[in-house]
Design a protein around this ligand. Structure first.
Ligand code: FMN
Ligand code: MN
Length: 467
């Protein structure tokens, strides 16, 4: 997570991005962030503009002026591989490799400080979440505004580690939020085990943190891994923590907004619908309640908004998955070069070096291995002359290099992504598909791509004056 703050030429030592304000400044300097100065409301207008900026400009966006509050809102800081490339200070095609390198570093224990800007303002009495936080109303069919960018910090008494995870929260009346604890995630178990003792789970939900803390929370780690120490590994520096006001927990000083409280045992209320990661609404079902005991924040906080189902959502889930899959596929064959799970993490595109005549069919071995991940519904394997980040290129390879009789493998009745609407019921299995769009080494010559001489090495800025 190292990135030179000054231009690389002048800086001697890379500086780590320690908070969201430096992160915003970084993206603004590289031309990857726009500002909206005009006043917007959070009831549809902000999400509509945010989604258009994501789709059309592919930039992050800072909303400086919101109706009825002095909070600002930022969105799409992590939308796309290019944003992670800026953060890591590497080219886009090395983002996964850098992620693998950083996440393999040694865990670093956090350090404690006595005060932090995230506690400049403290609300403890008669908390009305709707009055304090400008939570955007995302999608037309949503039941209420949802907080999607909050990272839940919980102490896991069984493993004696801190867990961090994103858990969506439906804004209810007063100090209550509905909270989604997806089955088999770590926090789901922490809550279930506390429920058996009829005890609440104390949590602190933090928003707008430094990138290392944020990315650590997006990563699925074994339950006994301490995710705050893992955040330290990603940053190469310890996370700085400050004590909460009303719960026995600590939060990163980089946060802009903190919600302290507890998840109640054995209380469930209908939650949802909410436009989900596959851009469908999902249903309504009973979910636990998060009762807020304090909200603390900076004097003029910047709140992060993550729209579900957008490139940002898929980047946060997809890139950690890419890291896991790439390491697995490279064990099948060192010819595997790179992988992309964007723009949708249900589809993996895998790039391989030319397959030698002695290993005909290897593209299929690689493709079906990728399908072993329960969330990868479709895997496409292409050669190194195909840009895996460019769907035009990927589908060119599919339509010109895959023999639809022999190179498409369908695997019915397998365990798939829970929210896949193709399933007739939540628990139904799915059919997944592998496409081998690599060139058969036996006929390689016919499939040489027609390109101008020197094409790969042209730098357009040497020929054009680009803004
Ligand atoms: C934007 C976003 C929203 C998410 N929403 C939820 C959620 O509502 N409930 C949930 O259980 N997991 C949700 N997740 C997934 C987990 O937070 C994430 O996979 C996390 O790493 C869980 O890790 P853990 O089980 O190791 O703690 C979300 C992830 C992202 C990136
Ligand atoms: Mn965990």
């Amino acid at each position: 997570m190292a990135k030179p703050v000054r231009s690389a030429k002048h800086s001697t030592k890379p500086a780590v991005i320690r908070n969201i304000r430096d992160h915003i400044a970084l993206l603004e300097r590289s031309g990857d962030l726009v500002r909206v100065k005009r006043e917007v409301d959070t009831d549809g207008e902000l999400p509509a503009v945010l989604k258009r900026v994501q789709k059309e400009l592919k930039k992050a966006v800072l909303f400086e002026k919101l109706k009825g509050t002095n909070f600002q809102v930022v969105g799409n800081l992590y939308g796309g591989r290019d944003k992670l490339a800026r953060l890591f200070g590497v080219p886009e095609e090395q983002v996964v490799q850098e992620w693998i390198r950083l996440s393999g570093s040694k865990p670093i224990k956090p350090v404690r400080v006595n005060s932090a800007p995230c506690q400049e303002v403290v609300h403890q009495k008669d908390i009305d979440i709707k009055k304090i936080l400008p939570v955007p109303f995302q999608y037309r069919g949503d039941a209420a505004p949802f907080i999607n960018s909050a990272i839940v910090i919980a102490w896991d008494p069984k493993t004696k580690t801190y867990n961090t995870s994103f858990n969506r929260m439906q804004v209810r009346n007063g100090n209550r939020l509905g909270i989604q604890l997806v089955i088999n995630m770590d926090l789901f178990f922490v809550h279930k085990e506390a429920e058996q003792r009829n005890q609440p789970v104390e949590i602190a939900a933090v928003m707008s943190t430094d990138p290392a803390f944020f990315l650590a929370a997006a990563t699925r780690l074994p339950r006994n891994a301490d995710e705050i120490e893992y955040a330290g590994a990603l940053a190469g520096e310890p996370v700085e923590l400050v004590k909460c006001k009303t719960v026995d927990l600590e939060v990163p000083v980089s946060a802009e907004v903190v919600l302290e409280g507890r998840i109640l045992p054995n209380v469930y209320l209908d939650e949802g619908p909410m436009g989900e990661v596959l851009q469908y609404y999902g249903g309504t079902s009973p979910k636990p309640i998060f009762e807020v005991t304090a909200i603390t924040h900076r004097r003029r906080p910047i709140m992060e908004a993550i729209l579900t189902g957008t490139i940002e959502d898929h980047t946060l889930i997809g890139v950690p998955m890419e890291a896991e899959l790439l390491q697995m596929l490279q064990k099948v064959s060192p010819l595997v070069k790179n992988i992309s799970l964007l723009p949708f993490f249900l589809m993996a595109v895998i790039q391989v070096d030319d397959i030698p005549p002695t290993q005909r069919g290897l593209g299929k071995n690689i493709a079906i291995t990728a399908l072993s991940n329960p969330w990868v519904k479709m895997a496409v394997v292409v050669n190194k002359d195909v840009n895996i980040y460019d769907m035009e290129d990927v589908f060119w390879a599919v339509v010109t290099r895959a023999d639809f009789d022999r190179d498409i493998i369908r695997v019915p009745d397998t365990f798939g992504f829970p929210l896949d609407e193709m399933k007739k019921t939540r628990d139904a299995p799915i059919t997944r598909m592998a496409i081998d769009a690599t060139v058969d080494p036996a006929v390689q010559v016919r499939f040489t791509r027609a390109l101008p001489k020197g094409y790969e090495n042209v730098r357009l800025q040497d020929y054009l004056s680009l803004g």
